[in-house]
Design a protein around this ligand. Structure first.
Ligand code: HOZ
Length: 432
């Protein structure tokens, strides 16, 4: 093996205590190791492409705090900007120049966005956009895709990905039937199924929401023509098209998946990268639709900490860093090396596997594939993924603890990090 097996005594002690204090010992279910076995490691600090646990072990990190850390953790320029902003206060609850700056950067970058509303998380962004799409169309039903995750608002907890898929939960107790009776679902990459739903529910569907590149059922790319087809269908049936780019925004390309694939939705949700590691979400889109949001219009949505100066500062600096020439080329190159390498090693060590990558987002399924949707993803050998995850962790590589999550790289990851990761993967896969 490339590295020695780690000791995680302190992590285990802290996590044991946490389980009496917080449900499952975590602040979000995806952080638990329920589907991969073992216990979460407890973090002490993060820097660049690395994390350190409370026992002093160092790991190469491919979770990147679930997406935001595209510049690497605690980038010195982000930290310096935050220090400066901190001196001016932690919360205003009032307009600031910083909001204008980040809003302009988002509007310039993301093709669909003419106006934007800042919130505090991806969940909030999707809740806001849901109300807006219903208000604008005066229709209640929506179409979402199996395995896509749009946060934990009631209406979206139907065949949801991420932690819901990882834990194999049925639709959540506590969600009133009325809240999900308007949620229609289709398999990802299946235009015929979407068309059938539109036919069966004529003039009732407000819009279609999707992750244009799925990250919450593992990494699943859109088939050629799928996004374009959704654009045509939504136009044909008078519905809105909404891209949930919480994961893909500023990651798949500076302008998100909509820039990469040349398909412009009506509305977009953002999060993760635009907060540079602080809590931020946003939704935006066509000016005529966004003008309905209060106080410009009647659609109510609010937030004490929305547009928070620290979060805006981290977001602005992160987007500035991403504008440096060559950033996305090098993210693509390094992530391709990793994703191709993992598939090749799986093949050479006799495992059925498939995967892929776009820019700084990647995945590996333990199934021969191809994986076009959540049903395909579920054919993965999740027990094998659990053993793979454990082996990688024990030798210094931190992957998302679920077969149904995408992996993330950053421009802090070096060729050497990738080579070390692949060397570990070869050893681990050889002994699976
Ligand atoms: N959306 C993320 C995972 N797919 C992470 C957010 C969470 O903690 O659920």
């Amino acid at each position: 093996m490339v590295n020695t097996t780690i000791k995680t005594t302190k992590s285990q002690e802290v996590f044991a205590a946490a389980q009496n204090l917080m449900p499952g010992g975590v602040s979000s279910p995806v952080r638990a190791f329920k589907s991969v076995g073992g216990q979460p490691i407890v973090f002490e600090r993060v820097k660049g492409a690395y994390i350190w646990d409370v026992d002093g072990n160092k790991y190469i990190d491919y979770v990147g705090t679930w997406g935001p850390a595209i510049c690497g953790h605690a980038h010195p320029e982000v930290i310096a900007a935050l220090h400066e902003a901190l001196e001016k206060g932690t919360s205003f609850g009032a307009p600031s120049v910083l909001e204008n700056v980040l809003a302009e950067m988002v509007i310039d970058a993301v093709p669909s966005i003419e106006m934007v509303r800042f919130v505090n998380s991806g969940t909030e962004a999707c809740m806001g956009v849901l109300r807006l799409m219903r208000a604008f169309t005066n229709r209640d039903k929506i179409i979402k895709f199996e395995g896509c995750y749009h946060g934990h608002a009631d209406t979206f907890l139907v065949k949801a990905g991420s932690g819901v898929a990882t834990l194999g939960l049925p639709d959540s107790p506590g969600v009133p039937k009325a809240a999900t009776s308007t949620t229609l679902t289709a398999p990802f990459n299946d235009l015929e199924a979407v068309k059938a739903l539109f036919e069966e529910n004529r003039d009732e569907i407000a819009g279609v929401i999707l992750e244009p590149v799925v990250g919450n059922a593992g990494f699943i790319a859109p088939d050629a023509g799928f996004l374009e087809g959704l654009r045509e269908l939504t136009h044909e049936y008078g519905a809105l098209l909404v891209f949930d780019e919480v994961m893909t925004g500023f990651r798949i390309a500076y302008g998100g998946a909509q820039e990469k694939f040349g398909v412009t939705p009506d509305l977009t949700t953002l999060g993760k990268v635009i907060g540079g590691g602080l809590p931020v979400g946003a939704y935006g889109g066509r000016r005529d639709i966004m003008s309905m949001v209060a106080p410009a219009g009647p659609v109510y949505q609010a937030g004490t900490l929305s547009g928070n100066p620290l979060a805006m500062t981290a977001g602005i600096k992160t987007l500035e860093l991403l504008q440096k020439p060559g950033t996305y080329e090098s993210l693509e190159q390094i992530t391709k090396k990793l994703a191709d390498g993992l598939q090749q090693i799986a093949k050479e060590t006799g495992h059925a596997a498939c995967g892929g990558q776009i820019s700084a987002m990647f995945g590996l399924f333990f199934t021969s594939g191809p994986v076009h949707n959540y049903e395909d993803a579920k054919k993965s050998d999740t027990a094998k993924f659990g053993r793979f995850h454990r082996g990688m962790l024990e030798h210094g590589v931190y992957l998302a603890p679920s077969q149904f999550e995408a992996g993330f790289t950053s421009f802090a990851h070096t060729e050497e990090d990738i080579e070390q990761t692949l060397a570990v993967a070869r050893d681990v896969m050889s002994s699976l």
